[in-house]
Design a protein around this ligand. Structure first.
Ligand code: ADP
Ligand code: UDP
Length: 239
C-alpha cells in the first residue's frame, strides 16, 4: 500500500491518503510538542518508538475484543488505519490524580481515584483544549449523547485491559487520552496510544516514564519510552 497525498500534518503524525478510500496511512514523526504546541522539539527515534508501541497496544486491545481503527504496522514509522470521521473531543480517563485535575480541583498528585474519572476536552489548540461536557458537545454538534455514552463505555473497557497490562509489568497507568471517530456510522477508537498521550509511573519509585519528562524538562524522554515498552515485552526494531 503506497501513501499518496498528504491529508493532514498534525503536531506528531502525518496522515496520508492511500489507494483505498477507507484506509489512511499514519506516519509517526520525531516532532514532540507540549502545552498545545507551544513547546516543540525533535526527539530522535520518537516516531519509530511510538509507532511500534502503538501497534503493540492496539493488538492487545484487539486481543481483548476491543475494535480499533488499526489495520497493520508497515515499517518503523508508519501504519495503516481505517479512515474515521474524527470526533473533535479528547476522552481522558484518570486512575490517579495528576496534571490538570490537580490544578483544577486542588487534589494532591498521586491520589487514587476510585472509580476512575472520565472527562471530555475540546480538541482545539488555540483555545488550549478546554474541558467541556456532553451538553456542550450536543449543543455545538461535536457529538451526541449516544456517541458519548459509547466513547465512555469503550474508554473504560480500554482502562480495564491497560491498567492490568501496565500493573503486571510494574507500572501504574495514571491517566491517558483517547480519540474516537465514526466508521460506517459507529464509534471506533482512533489515533494512538503511546507514552505521548498518557502518564505512566514506575510502581515502586513513582518515577515518571512518559511525556511529563518532556513537559517538565526531566530528560531521557525516549530512553524512558523504550523502558516502558521493554517492560511490556516490545522488541523495538530499526530504532
Ligand atoms: P494533532 O492533530 O493533535 O496535532 P497528530 O499529530 O497525532 O495530532 O495528528 C494525527 C491526526 O490524525 C489527529 O488530528 C487525529 O485526530 C487524526 N486521526 C487519527 N486517527 C485517524 C483516523 N483513523 N482517521 C482520520 N483521522 C485520524
Ligand atoms: N493529553 C494528551 N493530549 C492533550 C491533553 C492531554 O495526550 O492534548 C493526555 C496527557 O498526556 C495526560 C492526560 O491526557 O496523560 C490528562 O492530561 P491533563 O488533562 O492532566 O493535561 P496536562 O496537564 O497534561 O496538560
Amino acid at each position: 500500500m503506497q501513501k499518496t497525498k498528504e491529508l493532514y500534518a498534525g503536531k506528531a503524525k502525518s496522515v496520508y491518503l492511500t489507494d483505498d478510500p477507507d484506509t489512511l496511512l499514519l506516519e509517526f514523526r520525531d516532532d514532540t510538542s507540549a502545552f498545545d504546541g507551544k513547546k516543540v522539539e525533535q526527539l530522535e527515534n520518537k516516531g519509530a518508538v511510538n509507532n511500534q508501541f502503538n501497534a503493540f497496544i492496539m493488538q492487545k486491545l484487539a486481543d481483548a475484543g476491543i475494535a480499533t481503527h488499526f489495520v497493520e504496522r508497515l515499517d518503523a514509522q508508519r501504519c495503516l488505519v481505517r479512515r474515521l470521521d474524527m470526533v473533535p473531543l479528547e476522552c481522558v480517563v484518570r486512575n490517579r490524580a495528576a496534571g490538570s485535575l490537580c490544578r483544577r480541583l486542588g487534589v494532591e498528585e498521586g491520589v487514587e481515584l476510585n472509580p476512575p474519572t472520565f472527562e471530555l476536552f475540546l480538541k482545539d489548540d488555540e483555545l488550549g483544549d478546554p474541558m467541556v461536557n456532553d451538553s456542550h458537545a450536543e449543543t455545538f454538534g461535536w457529538s451526541n449523547s449516544q456517541q458519548i455514552a459509547e466513547m465512555k463505555k469503550q474508554t473504560f473497557a480500554v482502562n480495564e485491559v491497560l491498567k492490568k497490562l501496565f500493573a503486571d509489568a510494574g507500572m501504574i497507568l495514571v491517566d491517558y487520552k483517547l480519540e474516537f471517530g465514526l466508521y460506517r456510522g459507529e464509534i471506533l477508537l482512533g489515533d494512538e496510544f503511546s507514552p505521548d498521550g498518557c502518564r505512566i509511573w514506575d510502581a515502586d519509585t513513582l518515577e515518571k516514564m512518559d511525556k511529563d519528562r518532556f513537559r517538565q524538562g526531566l530528560g531521557s524522554v525516549i530512553e524512558f519510552y523504550r523502558e516502558v515498552g521493554k517492560r511490556l515485552g516490545i522488541e523495538f526494531e530499526n530504532c
